[in-house]
Design a protein around this ligand. Sequence first.
Ligand code: PLP
Length: 740
Amino acid sequence: MTYFSHAPLNGNISPADFLVKNELGTFFGTTEAVFNDVWQKLTDPSGNSSLYISMEIGADLDVYNPLRRHLADRGILSSSAPELQRHLKKTHQGPVKIPNYGGGLGVLAGDTLKSFADLRLPVVAISLLYRHGYFSQYVDSELGQLSRSTVWSPEQTPTLYLLKDPHNPAMPLEIEVPFYTEDNQPALALAHLWMKTELSSTLDYFVPELLLDFSVTGNTKVIQETARQLYNASSSLTKALQRRLLGAGILPAVNALGITSRTIHLNEQHGVVVVIQLISEELQLILRHNNIEEASNEQIQEAARRISKKIVYTIHTPVTAGHDRFDKKLYAGISRKSCRRILDVLAVDADNPAAYNFTNFAMRVNRTANSVSRIHRDVTRRQFPAFAHKISAITNGVHHLTWISEKRAALFDSIAALDNWRKDPGVFTGIETLLKDHSFRSSFAKTWKRDSAQLFAYVNAMLKEHRNGMTRTWINPPNYLSSILSDHNLLSPEVFTIGFARRFSTYKRADLIFSNIDMLCDILLDRQRPVTFLFAGKAHPADEPGKKVIKHILSYQAELFEKSNGLANLIFIPNYDMNIAKMLVSGVHVWLNSPKRPLEASGTSGMKAAMNGVPNISIMDGWWVEGYNEGRTGWKFGKEEDIVSASLSESKESLFYEEDSASFYALLPDVLDAFYNSFDSLFLDKSLQNLLLNIPLFNTHRMAGEYADRYDLALAGDHQEKMNYFAKLYSSDNFSISIE
Ligand SMILES: *Cc1c(COP(=O)(O)O)cnc(C)c1O
């Protein structure tokens, strides 16, 4: 069975049919019929579509690229027609990294949009284009994390197009965004629009991702710099301005393209400035003039009530650093009086009268607010009691076609009971017979071994490169083991391997399990069992405590190795990205998650592991409260007490390192025994239960079903039925977690 066995486009379509030329430009990878279908839906006067707003979108082409896959499967690598040849070359050989994401939020956005495309939902995404991306991470064993900007070329990147001006096809489409000059005078910022076509797996639909590019000649230096790097936090002003560029750019962008969406989905409060604009417009109608400063509080609240009907809001974290508060004084310099009038009424910060609270603002002005897991819902209600009645849960998911390894996917393709799994991750539900099928069990174990082998080929090559590079660069290789291991003494994929990769924020406690190295080593020595720990992740360059955690990890390597007589190997893989994530979640033996409960919100890397049948070993936080299944799919450790206000503290003393690491050490021997003594029974059982219990729930098709409902899209009967089917694979919002 080939990748596209269900593809409606598998007929006699030639690559020339994949070339679309219209007034917005030339696009490759979609047919004219598909393009027109998408555009018709987004510009329909009914407004039956949704805008999806996110500061970041992660959809690297090296982990998922249905167009290239489709062409390669059919042997279409080149063409004698020069224009087609250019597009084919770009598709097959162009850059595969689009560094427009910093972590979980961006990858979630990318996964969500892929499912929207697969399910043919009328959605268009809006984000910014960062010419210097998110930073690239280098790691020096002495200095810790070093960062450099990631310069990339949107022009060379496949599936990404600079939109043309329909009225002047020789020029790019240019929009004007209300902004400010260096000395805080109102001015216009200019942006070009890039469009990434997020193609469905069968190429019969796409979701446009509009990326606003402010690196346009004519813009002030401040604007260009503000837009250059994702999450530039060089000052609160830059931070505020970057969010403003996103929020203020939304309406000009959709207006320029005639997009009519009546619903706006805000991810976090980053783009909430669009709501100020909508309220201003509404106030003009209410007042019948432009002098919004004269609006009464009641009129502002009435306008907000009307605008609320358009807004769906997802809050992604309970951590205070994720909630935007800006000083009123700072905001006075970068906003009109009328805008401040609105914020004065709607963006009140209960703790600090001198600040605007943008999270509170977003929480206030929406028709529905949702959190990203059940436990996060209950925590969010506690954090925003005034809005508790409208906060519900839509548990996150991951795009199964992106995250299930190629080798596992090929195995699933060969199983009759899993027919159609690519289109419907629900088919894994309840296939108990597969669990008892000896041939499937052994094929699955073999596939896993091959994924582990591939991961370790990468890690060993990396260590060798660092070893050889030592004399050539000023960087000290990040891994102590670079110099201990040699070409004859490599890390083995047979050794029990624990994976951990995520942003290095202090609440994620990456170094938790190394709290007591003596105890950890004693466990390994006692059983004479080796363990490899593979760690990866970036800390935001301005997050000093986060960077310190990376240094801790590096500094433990030698001690671990020596005290365990070489049984414990700890490796740090620099420059974590989606490709490294995919290798890790399919190549390791268990996936570790050790955040301080209940600060995780959801977490998605554990779901990626679950999709590959890799058991999690995790704190009972985020999605794992829902995915643990009484231990059938993995292990839990750590405190599990009722959550009270104090539980939300992020202070050092309340991170419970001692208690939660002790709980991990108490559990570890069982996990080691399961792997080394009963892999074919106990361990594989837990692994395979993930396919049955977790794939059907924690995928973005199901999540898209739940969001389509919140977007209130009017869909044709059979389309609606299909969305209902996906939404009903789960009921995210059921059940309370024990929170008093
Ligand atoms: C999945 C993913 C994340 C998010 O992982 P969490 O478990 O939510 O912390 C971050 N970065 C990359 C590159 C990912 O692929």
